[in-house]
Structure formats: C-alpha cells, structure tokens
Ligand binder design. Sequence first.
Ligand code: ADP
Length: 332
Amino acid sequence: MAVLDDFTRRIAWASPAWLRLLPAQGAGTPLPQLEQALPGLAAARAVETETPQCLVLGDAHEWRAELTAAVNGQRLLRLADRREQGRALQRQLDAREQLLFTSRVLSVGEMAATLAHEINQPIGACANLLRGLRSRLSRRGSGRLQEAEAQALDRAIDQVMFAARVVARIREFTHSHQPRRARVDVSALLRATAPLLDWDLQRSGTRLALELPEGEAAVCGDEVMLQQVVMNLMRNALDALRTDPPPEPRLALRLLRRAGEIELQVSDNGCGLDDEAQARLFVPFASTKPSGMGIGLSICRSFIELHQGRLWFSRNGDRGATFHVSLPTITP
Ligand code: ADP
C-alpha cells in the first residue's frame, strides 16, 4: 500500500510490499508519474467519495486496487497483482487435481485387487473349458457348421485370454502400484485390439475406420493398460451406437502424430451426451446405462495419467462423441 498526498501531488509513503510490486514508484514519486504506470488511477482520484473505491487498474487490467476517501488530503491506495492471484488460483487447482488423481488411483487399486481376486478362478476355468471344446470339435472332422463354431470358439478364447491378461496385470499393478514401462507401438496396439471387437461390430452393423499414420507411433508404457483403455472407449462407442442407432453406424480409431506426443481419437456417431451426462462423465459410478457401473472412464483416465498423458472428450459437429487420449512419445 501507499499513501498519496493531494497537496504535494506525490507519494508520501510506500510499504515494502508495494515496492516489491512497483520498485520505481517509491515515496516522493510525482502522482502524474504513478498515474501513467497505473492507467485508470487518474480518473478514480478525480472522484470525490466518502467510501473506498474498488478499482481495476493497468493497461491489461493487471491490478486490483482499493482507494480510500481523502483524509487531510491524503488517500491510501492498496494494490494487488491480479496475475499473481491467477497464478495462486492455478496452483490451488493443480493441487486439487493432484489430490483427486491420487484418490482415484487408490480407489481404483482397491477395487481392482478385489475384482482380480474374485474373477481369476472363473476366467481360468472358462479358458480351459473353451480350449477343451475347441480340440474336441477339431477331432470331429470338418463341415461348414463346424467351421463357424470353431471360429466362434476362437473368438471366445481370444476374449477370455484378454480378460486373463487384464487380471494378471491388475494383480501385478496392485503389488507394484506402477505401470510397466516398455516400448509400445500404439499403431500396432490398435491393429491388434480392433479384431477383439469384430463380433460386436458385425452384430451392430458398425463400420470401423482405422486411420493410422505410416510407421511406428512409440510410447513408453504398459501395453495391457493401454489396450484396456482402447477397449473401454470402443465398447462405450458401441453402446452409444446401440442406444440411438444412426442409419450408418460408424466408429473411427484415429491416430495423430504431433511433436513429442501422439493423440488417439475414438469417435462414434452414436447418441452423444447431453450437458448433464457430460458434467458427470469422469465421475466414478455415474452411468446412464441400465447395467453400467460407471467406472470405465474413471479407470481409463487414471491409467492414462499414470502414463503422463491426458484423456478428454469432445462433441462431434454432426452426431456422437469423440474421446481423445494424448501420450508423450519416445524418439525412435
Ligand atoms: P459405463 O460404461 O459403465 O456407464 P463409463 O465410465 O465407461 O461407465 O461411462 C460413463 C458414462 O459416460 C456412460 O454411462 C455414458 O453415459 C457416457 N459415455 C461414455 N462414452 C460415451 C460415448 N461414446 N457416447 C455417449 N456417451 C458416452
């Protein structure tokens, strides 16, 4: 704060904090010079008032100020740097985000440990039963029906094996609390993941577009976790297409390469989200589906944040939703 003297037309006194903000405007500075440094002050000083005035000063409105009524020709001017307040707010928001992230990881971890424990046995049993069935079928000779059955069994085995890999990964993660850190080519990962949903795509008549750049898109991370994220986003897209089927259901997996990062987009022309659903999108246990658990996106976001990446959502111009995942790349 500083005391402005209307008689001498100078700054009569300036506090140390004021001098840190405006080192060139100490005691003795002519008021016209101060008014030049703080556009808006001259107009405020011209106002005769009994009560303090709250002001926003500066060329870029960077100062929040309060100017008291004159007593014996002197007024007190209190000044605060709005940019500093903005930075403080940003620091507060960052800290809150960090806290939410930590609690998300913890709740995901606890839930994951329980689930992994409970479903490990039935998954193993399913895998064995399906493999047994598959080998019995192959001994029975060939024929069109057998071929279709064999294909369906192969798909079922692929799904069960994926589930088994996820469970094994969860068990490992709950011990180490760290994702694996290995080189993962996201292009190859997308090519390998799409066929796992062949059956669902066919059944819903959805056309899948894979838009991948040439060559490798390498990130450092945990292949199974990243595959889980892709599967979750694709399954959500298929659900959205089922909820309100368009004439031509489409699902696109797009991979964009940028300096230092890749962006994966999972886009559908399904039912999309209204404002309320959008606001609750990443809130755990918020689901608009009758049998939904509402934790898929929250888990996906935690997994991506564990990879120093980001997961966000945008509305498509025409219809449906796009989910975006950005991940830092590693140089070849
Ligand atoms: P769940 O699928 O069990 O509901 P999620 O966390 O994966 O849990 O999704 C939360 C909610 O987000 C869904 O219930 C749905 O309302 C919405 N949502 C997610 N993906 C999409 C999408 N592609 N299109 C429209 N809504 C979506």
